[in-house]
Design a protein around this ligand. Structure first.
Ligand code: DAT
Ligand code: MG
Length: 138
């Protein structure tokens, strides 16, 4: 069986706060292998494809604005059960209450904006990983 791959994004808040290296280091330290890495600027088109399941939700437009607000680090990591493993490292969506020890729990909090500035994205299934890697590394 070939190892799973996942897309990890360090969102604009993580990059602007200088946390990209720390975040990637945690994923590497867990034992996953970095196989692709890029500093990218999002576009509305990329975000619409990436967040297709959220289009039309109240937080969608602020989320897009946030993701357009600065550079993003896109990475592909590989390893057995890396999709689940990275989401466990990332912690719960809301950074204020994400468990300490997780990326969101240790480095994130509510900054008073409508959209959670929650530092990272991780694919949630094999299908979305494949789709998202295609969007950010085409
Ligand atoms: P996750 O990033 O944990 O997979 P998600 O896929 O449900 O979470 O949502 C994508 C992003 O959208 C999330 O990282 C932050 C934002 N978001 C989700 N739910 C939200 C809400 N209720 N209010 C504001 N932003 C939200
Ligand atoms: Mg998600």
């Amino acid at each position: 069986m070939s190892a799973e791959r996942t897309l990890v994004l360090v969102k604009p808040d993580g990059v602007s706060r200088g946390l990209s290296g720390k975040i990637l280091a945690r994923v590497e330290a867990k034992g996953y292998r970095l196989i692709d890495l890029s500093l990218v600027s999002a576009t509305r088109e990329k975000l619409e494809a990436h967040y297709a399941e959220h289009v039309g939700k109240p937080f969608y437009e602020p989320l897009v604005e946030f993701m357009l607000s600065g550079p993003i680090v896109a990475a592909v990591f590989e390893g057995e059960r890396v999709i689940e493993g990275f989401r466990s490292l990332a912690g719960a969506t809301e950074p204020t209450t994400a468990a300490p020890g997780t990326i969101r729990g240790d480095f994130g909090r509510d900054w008073g904006l409508k959209v959670q500035q929650n530092l990272v994205h991780g694919s949630d299934s094999v299908e979305s990983a494949e789709k998202e890697i295609g969007i950010w590394f085409s």
